[in-house]
Design a protein around this ligand. Structure first.
Ligand SMILES: C[S@@+](CC[C@H](N)C(=O)[O-])C[C@H]1O[C@@H](n2cnc3c(N)ncnc32)[C@H](O)[C@@H]1O
Length: 397
């Protein structure tokens, strides 16, 4: 599809890059130069998916290049879903339910590339090729010969390869599961995941040379995903901190269970009833450091909060995981204690409340005060320079 008459690609690309600079996402002149060499429309496929504004039911509809929406959004600071439901849309008329690949939001791409702190000649492994746009940016900045990128979905990998080739970039492209890295081309100076990890694969550290960096979105079903930057040391371990926000889709093997919270709650299970003095929303909506601590200390936790619609101010907090654990806490305004019900082999509310109290007891530290060490034994979350261990997540092995 040719560029529509009157649509000035160079001007639109320059305007987008200026916008990234003005908003502070893009500060490095060398990355600015790279962005100006990568016209986004050459990578975003036809169609993209967009919310079905007509039915407004949470499904997405395909929008092709013949629609001005496609062009306007390709040169705007938006992420664009480029695949739904792993390539087979679940709804009628190609309507899709879940985004399974996307062209990432340009400002996030810029922030992540800058967080990578590359220098000329460095070798980079990207996890999640998708459209190839980010691999093109890395190629424009470092030379395609220094870029390796892996994509798990063969159809997407082919799409990305074709777009990269047509635009004149030929980095090393691999089809496969990026959680194992790409050992045959290691070591790398930098590993950049453009897909989020709940368990950061140790292979990424192992394949980075000492002194190198691993940058990846990292989170869980409870806490917001942050951009984790790890310094790789001489001894096979890496340590670092969250350096920004990074809402990304999960690695394919680490996806969250589909469906609403009620699908994961066995309402017939025997419950243990108790009471708490802790206002549940104070815990569930504390955000920042509290959310980070609860998410780290209570692995697998997810939540849903429901407000009564009768104006009473009552609400229920549901905590659950996908292995049959759940807890509910009913808030009633003015009450001194709130009713708790817990089911399954562990007490999810007790664990959540304990994690919250631990955070309070440490003076309510912000997310930036926590650090992470990843080595062969797993991932350890710690607080401050004193390295007081908050949680040890050995499933990261
Ligand atoms: C947000 S998109 C990446 C955007 C991409 N870098 C770009 O420039 O368009 C995430 C991609 O990661 C891919 N992915 C998910 N799990 C993966 C895995 N284990 N290994 C490699 N790629 C994976 C998805 O198929 C998806 O295409």
């Amino acid at each position: 599809m040719p560029v529509p008459p009157g649509f000035d690609v160079d001007a639109r690309l320059a305007a987008l890059v200026d916008q990234l600079q003005e908003t502070g996402a893009l500060t490095d002149p060398q990355w600015r130069e790279a962005f100006l060499k990568v016209p986004r429309h050459r990578f975003v496929p036809d169609p993209v998916w967009a919310d079905d504004g007509v039915r407004g039911d949470g499904w997405m509809v395909p929008v092709g290049q013949d629609d001005p929406y496609w062009w306007e959004n390709v040169y705007a600071d938006f992420a664009l879903p480029t695949q739904v439901d792993d390539g087979i849309p679940e709804g009628e008329d190609e309507r899709g339910r879940y985004t399974t690949s996307s062209a990432s939001q340009p400002s996030r791409v810029a922030a992540m590339l800058e967080a990578l702190q590359v220098e000329d000649g460095m070798r980079v492994l990207e996890i999640g090729t998708a459209t190839g746009c980010n691999a093109a940016l890395l190629s424009a900045r470092l030379g395609a010969e220094n870029v390796t990128s892996i994509e798990i979905d063969p159809a997407l990998a082919e799409q990305g390869r074709a777009a990269l080739h047509a635009a004149g970039w030929d980095p090393c492209l691999v089809v496969g599961d990026g959680t194992a890295g790409v050992p045959e081309c290691a070591p790398y100076d930098r590993v950049l995941a453009t897909v989020a990890a709940k368990r950061v694969p140790y292979a990424w550290v192992e394949q980075t040379r000492p002194g190198g960096l691993v940058v990846t979105p990292w989170g869980n079903d409870y806490a917001a995903t942050g951009l984790l930057r790890l310094d790789v040391g001489e001894n096979g371990s890496a340590w670092g901190r969250i350096v920004g926000d990074a809402p990304f889709m999960w690695l394919r093997s680490q996806r969250s269970a589909k469906g609403p919270w009620s699908d994961h709650v066995d309402f017939e299970a025997p419950v243990r009833a108790s009471r708490t003095t802790v206002e549940p929303a104070l815990v569930a909506e504390a955000g920042g450091g509290a959310e980070f601590v609860v998410g780290a200390m209570v692995p697998g936790l997810a939540r849903a909060l429901f407000h009564a619609e009768d104006g009473s101010g009552e609400y229920t907090l549901w905590l659950y995981d996908t292995a049959g654990l759940w807890a509910s806490v009913d808030y009633v305004p003015g009450a001194e204690k709130y009713a708790v019900e817990q089911a399954g082999p562990r007490d999810l509310w007790e664990e959540t409340e304990a994690a919250y109290r631990w955070w309070q007891g440490r003076g309510r530290p912000g997310q930036g005060e926590f650090g992470v060490t990843l080595d062969r034994d797993g991932l350890r979350v710690w607080l401050g320079a004193a390295e007081e261990t908050v949680a040890v997540l050995t499933e990261h092995r």
